[in-house]
Design a protein around this ligand. Structure first.
Ligand SMILES: Nc1ncnc2c1ncn2[C@@H]1O[C@H](COP(=O)(O)OP(=O)(O)OP(=O)(O)O)[C@@H](O)[C@H]1O
Length: 230
């Protein structure tokens, strides 16, 4: 099932002579449960595309449809609710709240949505991400990799259909990066979330089902991972 469809998405920042064409007509589809890596040189438009897919920014023209909903049809409030329900974000900077414990950070989005905390599900995530021993620690007492795992758990907390990750391993050493990536892959396999991840790391991209390459705001190749049977 197609979960995300973009049609001729363009994004221009600024106006006149200083205008930057960050995206020059991106049309793509993403299927339910896919793990997608977005690669490309610095400035090629990766973050802009991810932000537009997540409804954090609007395209200048073109269409983004998620779960059959055209994001342009939603007002700000509807978009905020749509995002909170359907999309989990993971950033390079973990963005944890320092005054809250790991567990409290993880349940923030559930509380914001006034939902009942599904403790069994969250415990499973915590276990899968190897955070049981760290639940009651404050972010400052956690390593970078542990903090990123808490951020991933938080992104998964509302059971969003889609996880958007912008360089999730950008601040981690290579061993920790591998661990975090394989945990992301595991959560994708266990919970079936669709994952769209920006990475500079070709090895990381190889974990994905499909690699999208951006060049100067355009999608230049879309190849399936070698030996992929899907
Ligand atoms: N808010 C903004 N205002 C003006 N220009 C912007 C803005 N955001 C991005 N750009 C420009 O749009 C282009 C694409 O930027 P984007 O951040 O999407 O690239 P990227 O591929 O994610 O790069 P990186 O790998 O360095 O993060 C760049 O030329 C950038 O300078």
């Amino acid at each position: 099932m197609i979960i995300v469809k973009t049609t001729a998405v363009k994004k221009i920042f600024g106006e006149g002579e200083t205008a930057v064409q960050a995206l020059r007509g991106i049309s793509l589809t993403i299927n339910d449960g896919e793990f997608i890596a977005i690669v490309g040189t610095s400035g090629s438009g990766k973050s802009t595309l991810l932000h537009i897919l997540g409804g954090l920014d609007y395209p200048t023209s073109g269409k983004v449809v998620i779960y059959g909903k055209n994001l342009a049809d939603l007002n700000d409030e509807e978009l905020t609710i749509f995002r909170r329900r359907n999309i989990g974000f993971v950033f390079q900077k973990f963005n944890l709240v320092p005054m809250l414990t790991a567990w409290e950070n993880i349940i923030i989005p559930v509380r914001l949505d006034s939902r009942v905390v599904d403790t069994a599900y969250l415990e499973r995530i915590v276990q899968l991400l190897g955070l049981e021993e760290k639940k009651h620690e404050f972010p400052n007492n956690l390593s970078g990799g542990q903090q990123q795992r808490v951020a991933i758990a938080r992104a998964l907390a509302t059971k969003p259909a889609i996880i958007l990750a912008d360089e999730p391993t950008g601040n981690l050493d290579s061993k920790t990066s591998q661990e975090v990536l394989s945990l992301l892959r595991k959560t994708n396999q266990e919970f079936g979330q669709t994952i769209v991840m920006i990475t500079h790391n070709e090895e990381a991209a190889q974990l994905a089902d499909r690699i999208l390459r951006l060049e100067d705001g355009q999608l230049v190749s879309e190849r399936l991972k070698e030996n992929d049977s899907k």
